[in-house]
Design a protein around this ligand. Sequence first.
Ligand SMILES: NC(=O)c1ccc[n+]([C@@H]2O[C@H](COP(=O)([O-])OP(=O)(O)OC[C@H]3O[C@@H](n4cnc5c(N)ncnc54)[C@H](OP(=O)(O)O)[C@@H]3O)[C@@H](O)[C@H]2O)c1
Length: 330
Amino acid sequence: MIAIGGKNDASFEPSFVDALLDRAILPGYSRVGIALRRRGWSSADPAPDALRGQRAVITGANSGIGLAMADGLAALGASVVLAVRSTRRGEDAAAGLRRRHPGGTVTVVECDVAEPDSVRRCAAALGETPIDVLVHNAGVLPARRQENSTGHELTLATHVLGPLLLTELVRPLLAAAHGARVVLMSSGGMYAQPLLTDDPDYRRGEYRGARAYARTKRMQVALTPLLAAELADERTWVHAVHPGWVDTPGIADALPRFRRVTRPLLRTPAGGADTAIWLAATARPVPSGRFWHDRRVRPLHLRRGTRYTEAEAAALWRDCRVMIGVPEST
Ligand SMILES: NC(=O)c1ccc[n+]([C@@H]2O[C@H](COP(=O)([O-])OP(=O)(O)OC[C@H]3O[C@@H](n4cnc5c(N)ncnc54)[C@H](OP(=O)(O)O)[C@@H]3O)[C@@H](O)[C@H]2O)c1
């Protein structure tokens, strides 16, 4: 695994007990996990004004973890841009954020990350001001197979192609920030799936939304080191994050039974946003291209049968670049 933007610092590895929490899944991903791990964090919190004068763009920021991220980043002084597919829902969220952060700057830009034309309009609307933090948070777990207007399956378009395209389009704005951070909000659900390189659009086999979701979250994590390597010379650092199990409108909508059973244990949206906010704001150099949960680097695999080769990840990277219409860099 590459280590750029910081050393392969052993202090980012989980302790034995922390790793055990992960293996047991429920305690680690629930509010119990963050409560236990938080005890070791107080000195590592970003400074109160860590992001003063910086600009943060968050996709899917009108609800759930994305809204909590916008709130947390604004609290650290960032001017935040809510990149949302419904500007009405975005403006409602922005009004609440402006009330909570009266001196701050909160703007809304339309961005349906699953639609390339919308992503291009969004990138154009972001203008020429540097972007210090870009969070690819928008996520979906559809009940049936759907395609975007260019024929790509919806979870692939939302979790993989849209984020890659948006990152590429705003690349100069990230580079201009001299140390920008890109965060992909992935999921521990990816541990259940291998990297599928020969059917990224899920055309074969019976469609299951949860499987499509986990496959594309796996792709996010597999592509993170490659995106990190691509952007390293521009000092843009890339991180994938598992937020834990979080009580959000998305969970209530997509997994109502799961939510009913686990609700007392689910994290708050702020708890789910914590690691991404920390990665966006910490003054400590952290390694780029890794998968994080609760402020620690996590393994890429927890079960046999999900391992993939570097060549397979590289092939997916090339295919995705073709799908978003970006030529391979030399
Ligand atoms: N909650 C959890 O336990 C959990 C666990 C692991 C990972 N995650 C990940 O965390 C992220 C946030 O999830 P959440 O639980 O906070 O869900 P949420 O409350 O449903 O928020 C998802 C956000 O994504 C937006 N969105 C969906 N498709 C979009 C598109 N094509 N373009 C722009 N925005 C789009 C939604 O906008 P609308 O309001 O317009 O629908 C919404 O604002 C997701 O990537 C999810 O996979 C969540």
